[in-house]
Design a binder for this molecule. Structure first.
Ligand code: FAD
Length: 361
């Protein structure tokens, strides 16, 4: 771990537990921590919660969640969000946790690449197969325009209105961004992909097709290969067409929306014991080689570990008891049942006489 360089950044959020990752296992950890009166802040590099369930298989069915014979990835995440709603955890999306450093008072300084700081009594790493990062175009020098003229997300109507927008990608994000840019009044919208083949829900594809027919969206089947710039300004994207023609697409904004892929990222730098890029934990407290830093889900290894959601839920439960011991050292943590405990009913905001599922936040 670094010697707390995070301390130089602005106003930190104080919290009981800081959770790295917002995948299914992190979400269930929020629930188990909440039952033990441990508050949580959650950070994920993706701009949405759900980890692999949303990024890799939102519409595909899962059959091995206990008592849930069938749910898509998206449905499972929606149910988890509903379940954790009573605990009002703070979510900080679209930012990667870069630094975790032990403080003299036994708490942890945590900092993200967006400059957000936290001071946490415990850290729970639920980082899965790594921090999801946008897939980039392999064009030298392109990153210099990031967040100025190059975006890996839809920058919104104020940014696209009146501008020449070039979008690279063929998935739902690219199709949605193209339609949004048309609606915002972009001067032109060009979508580049190596094939004229788009993958998005049918209603979106129908609108996309209609905008193409009306000449509001142009499709260029080509591979990006270079840039054209003048001084500090990115002027165009050079593309090699499927017709062997090289041309330059003039632009004001370049949106590269090619999906996300996981990278182990900064976790390897936090001085925690690893085996084959996974965090070594014990199976009683799911604690790493540093006391107060716990780890659960696909990010961990121990004898018999299976990378399954149900295993992560168990790990989250035991880690929560260990974190609660650290956060409330003077308090016993007796086993309470959600069925019968008035204390848990109060925390959950439920009335067993009139049972109803909590609403989504
Ligand atoms: P993840 O879901 O990987 O979430 C981790 C999150 O942490 C990510 O969103 C990542 O961006 C974030 N993160 C990582 N590092 C950082 C950082 N430094 N800062 C900020 N954020 C960070 N399991 C089953 O049990 N049943 C199934 O049927 C099943 N089907 C699957 C199908 C497919 C196609 C795949 C790919 C997996 C499947 N799995 C299934 C496995 C299951 O999805 C994983 O076990 C589960 O997602 C692990 O959850 P997690 O919360 O540990 O990690």
């Amino acid at each position: 771990m670094a010697d707390s360089p995070a301390a130089a950044l602005p106003v930190p959020i104080e919290t009981d537990a800081l959770i790295v990752g917002a995948g299914p296992v992190a979400l269930f950890a929020v629930f188990e921590l909440g039952l033990l009166e441990v508050g949580a802040q959650v950070v994920d590099s993706l701009p949405f919660v759900g980890g692999q369930c949303i990024e890799l298989y939102a519409d595909k069915p899962i059959y091995d969640i206990p008592a849930l014979p069938f749910a898509t990835g998206a449905e499972l995440i929606e149910r988890l969000q509903r379940q954790i709603a009573p605990f009002a955890a703070g979510f900080h999306l679209g930012q990667q946790v870069n630094e975790v450093a032990l403080r003299e008072d036994g708490r942890f300084d945590v900092a993200t690449d967006a400059g957000q700081r936290f001071v946490a009594k415990a850290v729970v790493i639920a980082a899965g197969v790594g921090s999801f990062q946008p897939r980039r175009l392999k064009i030298e020098g392109l990153d210099a325009w990031r967040e100025r003229q190059l975006f890996h997300r839809d920058p919104g109507p104020e940014a696209t209105a009146g501008r020449r927008v070039v979008i690279v990608g063929n998935g739902e994000a690219a199709v949605t961004a193209a339609l949004d840019a048309v609606e915002a009044g972009a001067a032109s919208v060009t979508v580049v992909h190596r094939r004229d083949d788009f993958d998005a829900p049918t209603p979106l594809l129908l609108r996309f097709q209609s905008a193409r027919t009306n000449g509001r969206i142009e499709i260029v089947t080509a591979q990006p290969s270079g840039l054209q710039s003048e001084g500090e300004v990115l002027k165009g994207l050079v593309v090699d067409g499927s017709d062997d023609r090289t041309r330059t697409l003039a632009l004001d904004l370049l949106l590269v929306l090619l999906g996300w892929s996981p990278k182990l990222g900064p976790i390897a730098q936090w001085g925690l014991a690893l085996a084959r890029k996974q965090l070594i934990v014990d199976t009683e407290r799911f604690e790493t080689s540093t006391r107060g830093i716990h780890a659960i889900g696909d990010a961990v290894t121990y004898p018999g570990k299976q990378k399954l959601i149900v295993s992560g839920f168990h790990e989250a439960t035991l880690a929560a008891y260990a974190v609660a011991e650290r956060v409330h050292p003077d308090r016993a943590q007796p086993l309470l049942y959600t069925t019968t405990s008035p204390k848990l009913h109060k925390l959950l905001g439920v009335d067993p006489a009139n049972p109803s599922p909590p609403a989504l936040p």
